[in-house]
Ligand binder design. Structure first.
Ligand SMILES: [Cu+2]
Length: 178
């Protein structure tokens, strides 16, 4: 009998499941449960997934927050992009747009900040180098993550989501001072 023919026994669902099949279902189920448990385990102990928060916003609202922070804490300018030194422990805002990460931050080592990220136009990829922290940044949502820079130096923010003709020039900066 082939599968496209009707079963010989009309009430086939009452035929007991074979032992081998039961064993494989059990093995697959146990493996699923292990994988399920691994997700929270790696989140906590794997040191690879960020604990981010996400909120709805609009480009207009987010742009206002960014500008308010710049007006309060700007300390300089580099290549036409403001450099901002917000107080330790504060909420800091960086926006992505064609083709900039705006503004540049000057942060203190070993101090924590709540970093808010959003896009003004379309999807960008926020990639912190050389630490390789990656986040998808989309308009309409703000991602929030707590950061505590533990090394002084200059960090780059590159866009790793192709966003048009100037994508390769979309490079931002974060300075961390002792
Ligand atoms: Cu891009």
């Amino acid at each position: 009998m082939t599968s496209y023919m009707p079963p010989a026994d009309r009430i086939w669902w009452k035929v007991p499941v074979g032992r081998q099949e039961l064993v494989w279902i059990a093995i697959a189920l146990v493996w699923c449960l292990i994988m399920f448990a691994m997700m929270p385990y790696w989140h906590v102990y794997g040191k690879q997934n960020l604990s981010t928060e996400a909120y709805q916003t609009t480009p207009e609202k987010f742009g206002i927050k960014v500008q308010e922070m710049i007006d309060k804490y700007q300390v300089g300018e580099e290549g036409g992009i403001p450099i901002v030194k917000p107080p330790a422990g504060s909420d800091i805002y960086q926006l992505g747009r064609l083709w900039q990460w705006w503004p540049i931050f000057e942060l203190e080592k070993d101090k924590s900040y709540r970093l808010h990220l959003s896009s003004m136009d379309w999807q960008h990829g926020w990639s912190l180098q050389p630490d390789n922290i990656n986040l998808q940044i989309v308009p309409g949502y703000e991602m929030v993550l707590k950061i505590t820079p533990d090394r002084a130096g200059e960090y780059g923010v590159v866009c790793n989501e192709y966003c048009g003709i100037g994508h390769h020039t979309m490079v931002g900066k974060i300075y961390v001072r002792e």
